[in-house]
Design a protein around this ligand. Structure first.
Ligand code: ATP
Ligand code: MG
Length: 258
């Protein structure tokens, strides 16, 4: 059984009397320990799909099955409990967290809210999480706005893994980082996936990054799936018009080609 199965997912927005279909009959699955990338031009519906899967917004149609259950049917405490297994990392942790909160506080919250560790145990857990993502323990009392973008993204990853998720949705999680920091964060994600068999729904407009990290890729065009398959096969030999256009517009990919 797949970890996540999305079928016929549809989300419409009305804008100035017109209807825009941001996700149009989208179906896919994610297997345990797998990275599925969603790529496509700006406005193609990547973040809409991420937000639907996380239930930050509700769909107009379709089904989401997560860990064998109807995710859209969950509410209240059942939803909260299941959410521990489905975490997220966004592009800008400064927007996701209270910038004045300390690193310790950001990591303490999920441990407390999901009842993962007692008050006495939590400092040790926080130190272990920081160590796991390659951060020094003395970062714990620092405020989120005082640390670097790369350190913040490591804190966001530490927070995401705190609840032992089976799936993490990453929406442009490395896009704002410079190239060397981006490489380090991608390596960390790969290590965590190997260790903990976490699946990633990895959203990026950067086909070079997708090719490096994803097993499979879905290319979106105006809310619809234009093409999908093995990440390297799709990126090296795109068949859809949007795939060809995206590859042609990706300079780093072209340089790597013979
Ligand atoms: N809350 C909203 N209200 C109205 N329209 C929206 C809303 N959110 C997204 N849209 C529209 O839905 C479409 C898909 O947006 P979405 O943010 O999912 O694209 P995206 O692929 O993530 O783009 P980007 O690469 O720029 O992040 C766009 O046309 C966008 O303008
Ligand atoms: Mg987006």
């Amino acid at each position: 059984m797949s970890l996540l199965t999305v079928s016929g997912l549809t989300k419409r927005y009305s804008r100035g009397g017109k209807t825009l279909t941001a996700a149009d009959d989208v179906s896919f699955h994610v297997e345990p320990g797998e990275t599925l990338a969603l790529a496509g031009p700006s406005g193609s519906g990547k973040s809409t799909i991420a937000r639907l899967v996380l239930r930050l917004i509700e769909p107009d149609g379709g089904r989401i099955e997560f860990e064998g259950g109807d995710f859209l049917a969950l509410g209240g405490s059942a939803l909260r409990a299941r959410r521990a297994r489905l975490q997220m990392v966004f592009q800008d942790p400064l927007a996701a967290f209270n910038p004045r909160a300390t690193v310790a506080r950001v990591l303490d919250d999920p441990l407390r809210i999901h009842g993962i560790a007692s008050r006495a145990e939590r400092p040790r857990r926080i130190a272990a999480l920081l160590e796991r993502v390659g951060l020094a323990a003395d970062l714990a009392p620092r405020a989120i706005h005082e640390i670097s973008g790369g350190q913040r993204q490591r804190v966001a990853i530490a927070r995401a893994i705190a609840t032992k998720p089976s799936l993490i949705v990453l929406d442009e999680a490395v896009s704002a980082l410079d190239v060397s920091v981006r490489g380090q964060i991608l390596d960390l994600l790969l290590d965590l996936q190997r260790e903990q068999r976490i699946a990633y729904l990895f959203i990026s407009h950067d086909l070079g990054v997708v090719r490096a990290i994803a097993h499979r890729v879905i290319l979106l065009d105006a809310g619809r799936i234009a093409e999908s398959g093995d990440a390297r096969a799709v990126i090296d030999t795109p068949r859809s018009a949007i795939g060809k256009a995206l590859v042609a517009a990706a300079p780093r990919l072209n340089r790597n080609r013979p």
